[in-house]
Design a binder for this molecule. Structure first.
Ligand SMILES: O=C[C@H](O)COP(=O)(O)O
Length: 250
């Protein structure tokens, strides 16, 4: 399975900075065999038009970080899946732990968002993962697989490429504490087994990403694990060279 390296810029950078970042990224990848991996940059809504223009013809996909669970209507401030699709967006992050924690997103809401993304023909990057307290309480699997089931049970998926799952242990996000290769594999292996149950035909072929302080110097070990097919990269993706270094580790 070809790995996917997806950047999540979160609420960083300005729209006017996108074009320079994209040209730095192209330069940083100049000596890398790009056929080994897929790339996506998930940016704030305000950046997406500029990003689509800057990445045009490069093969790097545009991604969004959120979407409305509603298809259309009187929902002030919301952005629909159809609007994103119209801008050329291919991937949409749903259920990121920062949205679950700071915007009270529960499994039902995440599921609604995921369904809207699928209906619009884009690929959701469904984020799941436990907090430190849940891990220390021995509940890492229960919580993570519960989020997976909450979002996916009964969802009809056309093909395996229509879904990406990102395992992001909350305690590793933005903290500099990366899960060990073995811990990350153990959880991604459990996710793989659950995906095969939930999606009998396709679960074996869905890409599972690891996210949480992934950097150039720890990416190779994580990406070598049998159930990890890429990374969802936050802080390190802000720097074009650092993201290129992670991609080169595929
Ligand atoms: O979506 C990305 C993750 O939250 C990881 O962020 P990070 O690489 O800054 O730890």
């Amino acid at each position: 399975m070809k790995p996917l390296i997806a950047a999540n810029w979160k609420m960083h950078k300005l729209p006017s900075e996108v074009t320079a970042w994209a040209s730095d990224f192209e330069a940083a990848l100049a000596d890398t065999d790009r056929s080994r991996f897929d790339l996506a940059i998930c940016a704030p809504f305000t950046h997406l038009s500029a990003l689509a223009a800057a990445l045009d013809g490069t093969g790097v996909a545009v991604g969004a970080q959120d979407v409305s669970s509603h298809a259309e209507g009187a929902y002030t401030g919301e952005v629909s899946a159809a609007m994103l699709k119209d801008l050329g967006v291919r991937y949409v992050i749903v259920g990121h732990s920062e949205r679950r924690a700071y915007h009270h997103e529960d499994d039902a809401l995440v599921r609604g968002k995921l369904e809207r993304v699928l209906e619009s023909g884009m690929t959701p990057i469904l984020c799941v993962g436990e907090t430190l307290q849940e891990r220390e309480g021995g509940r890492a699997r229960e919580v993570t697989l519960g989020q997976l089931r909450g979002a996916l049970e009964g969802v009809a998926l056309g093909n395996a490429g229509g879904l990406v799952v990102a395992y992001e242990p909350v305690w590793a996000i933005g903290t500099g504490k990366t899960a060990t290769d073995a811990d990350a594999q153990e959880m991604c292996g459990a996710i793989r087994a659950a995906l095969k149950e939930l999606l009998p035909e396709l679960g074996g072929a869905v890409r599972i990403l690891y996210g949480g302080s992934m950097k150039g110097d720890n990416a190779a070990g994580l990406l070598a694990q049998p159930d990890i097919q890429g990374g969802l990269v936050g802080s390190a993706s802000l720097d074009a060279r650092s993201l290129a270094q992670i991609a080169a580790a595929c």
